[in-house]
Design a protein around this ligand. Structure first.
Ligand SMILES: [Zn+2]
Length: 300
């Protein structure tokens, strides 16, 4: 979708962002919008001048205003984050992530996953900040038996039930090796994402009977074969409808569609620092995704 088309939808309560007309009038269909961020890195304030294309963009207060407007216009909305909330500005040095989680709670995040930088103050530092979070954290590829205080705050998956649609949400993190010092993830063992995801996807689909599976992935978008990334994961592992990505700070204009044995997986990632909000709109009929579209909403 063109960015200007997308912006135009913001002011119009009846706008149906790129969806086919047939989907708008059909009472049998249900709409769902996913709003998302990744790698916000303690950018509480907008970027100042001298930051090139992102100068003047971002900021938590503006993000809150945008999200509130969209929630008023749209019916079913989920606001999600793909990790690396920590590290990047003096706000993090001062408040150690607690402020970020507090503000994210005020903006109304529904769930978030953890990135490598969220361990920058160790497990204890992360747990201390999490006390300010009024939203759940999801991750399915950490073995946290050795870190019970963290395990208390992180669930392998969750289900969000909204009028006419049930969404399963899980999360995965990139390998700690070379990214997180062993002392900073003491008690947390990293597990292979694909093996960790398989039983979760099966459980969400077969037992929880969700209509959509959404993965918050802190793997990275396209790592050119150096490590598992979202593109490879989507091609290899069927059963995920949407991957909300992070870690590689990739500025995508719209979701990438990957065909696999299960049909199609949408992958989206919106840069870093909260300069953009990602938006994906779905129309479902009888629990099956019939149409989807997406684009970035600049936080200006
Ligand atoms: Zn990052």
């Amino acid at each position: 979708m063109e960015r200007r088309t997308f912006l135009a939808t913001l002011g119009a309560a009846t706008a149906m962002a790129g969806l086919p007309l047939s989907a708008q009038a059909n009472p049998e269909t249900v709409r769902l919008t996913l709003l998302h961020t990744n790698d916000t890195h303690s950018r509480i304030e907008p970027f100042g001048p001298g930051n090139g294309a992102i100068s003047g963009k971002g900021g938590m207060a503006r993000r809150a205003t945008l999200v509130n407007e969209l929630r008023k216009q749209l019916g079913n909305v989920l606001l999600l984050d793909a990790g690396d909330v920590f590290q990047g500005t003096p706000y993090f040095n001062q408040y150690k992530g607690a402020l970020d989680y507090q503000l994210m709670s005020m903006v109304g995040y529904d769930a978030a996953t953890l990135g490598n930088h969220d361990f920058d103050n160790g497990v204890d530092g992360l747990v201390a900040a999490m006390a300010q979070a009024k939203f759940p954290f999801v991750n399915c590829n950490f073995d946290m038996k050795g870190a019970p205080t963290l395990a208390k705050h992180v669930q392998p998956w969750l289900v969000k039930s909204m009028p006419g649609v049930k969404v399963g949400i899980t999360g995965i993190c990139v390998d700690f090796k070379g990214l997180v010092a062993p002392k900073n993830h003491e008690g947390v063992v990293w597990l292979d994402p694909i093996e960790a995801l398989k039983p979760v996807i099966k459980l969400l689909r077969e037992q929880e009977k969700v209509d959509m599976v959404v993965l918050l992935s802190h793997l990275g978008h396209d790592l050119k074969g150096t490590a598992l990334d979202d593109l490879t994961l989507a091609a290899k592992l069927p059963g995920i409808d949407v991957i909300i990505g992070g870690h590689s700070h990739t500025f995508l204009e719209e979701p990438v569609r990957i065909k696999n044995a299960g049909g199609e997986t949408l992958i989206f990632q919106v840069g870093f620092g909260g300069v953009n909000l990602g938006r994906m709109d779905f129309t479902l009929a009888k629990g099956v995704v019939k149409a989807s579209s997406g684009g970035t909403v600049p936080v200006i």
